[in-house]
Design a protein around this ligand. Sequence first.
Ligand SMILES: Cc1ncc(COP(=O)(O)O)c(C=O)c1O
Length: 358
Amino acid sequence: MIKVPEHISSIKPYIPGKPVAELERDLGISGSVKLASNENPIGPSPLAVKAMRSGLKELNRYPDGSCYYLRNVLSDNLKVSDDQLIFGNGSNEIIELAVRTCISPGDEAIMAYPSFVVYSMIVQAAHGKNIVVPLKDWRHDLEAMASQITDRTRLIFIANPNNPTGTINTKTEMDRFMKKVPEGVLVIVDEAYYEYVESKEYPDSFTYLKANRNILMLRTFSKMYGLAGLRIGYGIAAASLIEEMNKVRQPFNVNSLAQTAAIEALRDENHIRRVKQLNIREKKFLYKEFEKMGVSFVPSEANFIYVTFNEDVAGNIYEKMLKHGVIVRPMGPNAIRITTGLQGENKKLVKALGKAIK
Ligand SMILES: Cc1ncc(COP(=O)(O)O)c(C=O)c1O
């Protein structure tokens, strides 16, 4: 047996949301819905699908390793220079590249709990040390996070909005926090859900980038743009950091269909509007239904809702909902996370949750 180092063998594997096909196979049921992985329930833009179809016949070629055309579109849209962008096989890969670039064994990364579980797994895989700071009122406790900074701190992760709570940290809080972060510490602001945010208090992370603060912003095509299956996301940072991150990036890490689809997805404003409006309307519907049921939840700025219970019943509720053909995501002993779906899916969810909490 190969000897695997302890920092690898002790990683707790990531458990993805159960696929619909698996649930239906296991229980012999049909018509199930998956509201577990914060996916876009409408699907990708038809323009993106059309572009991918015409890209199929060129799949004998390697993709453009520089994502040239997509880079041009985004650098125009975001008003950053093209060497401030890096593309990845999902924004997950950008997290990985940032950690591999910045963390040596024993270095520390600060993150919140609960937050996106992948941060701590990747840091641990790099033999770094996770410094975990509990959320306060379901939001990142930025003051407590800043107080954990030491000489070994290299990275700080802030998911804004946070997954799984859907909460944001405000501009005022971020301004105050960024002033406390010393030179040599990189703040990774994960904005996977930023397109969904309605709050006027939401910070514009570009102001920190423009002020030469050490910041890496993460964005993805997996959520609002409905391209989770293609795996494409990107990072925005100072050109000097991007240059270092590119050294640990595989040359053809983003496939050609993903590049083509992403360009069209960005262009399709009608589709984006539709996805956004559906999410706003359906969140309202779910809030109302949860209130009627007496279920506690955290109001969300994203496309999912964190539902909490007074007792450790989340596993039980999750299992019961599965039997009614609804897949949600259990989050520890007393919470579940529910992705907003289509109207019919949400109605099915409400029924299943109602039965499960009885
Ligand atoms: C906060 C957060 N960051 C990043 C990701 C990863 O997204 P991607 O599909 O781009 O790898 C997710 C996905 O669920 C997420 O919730």
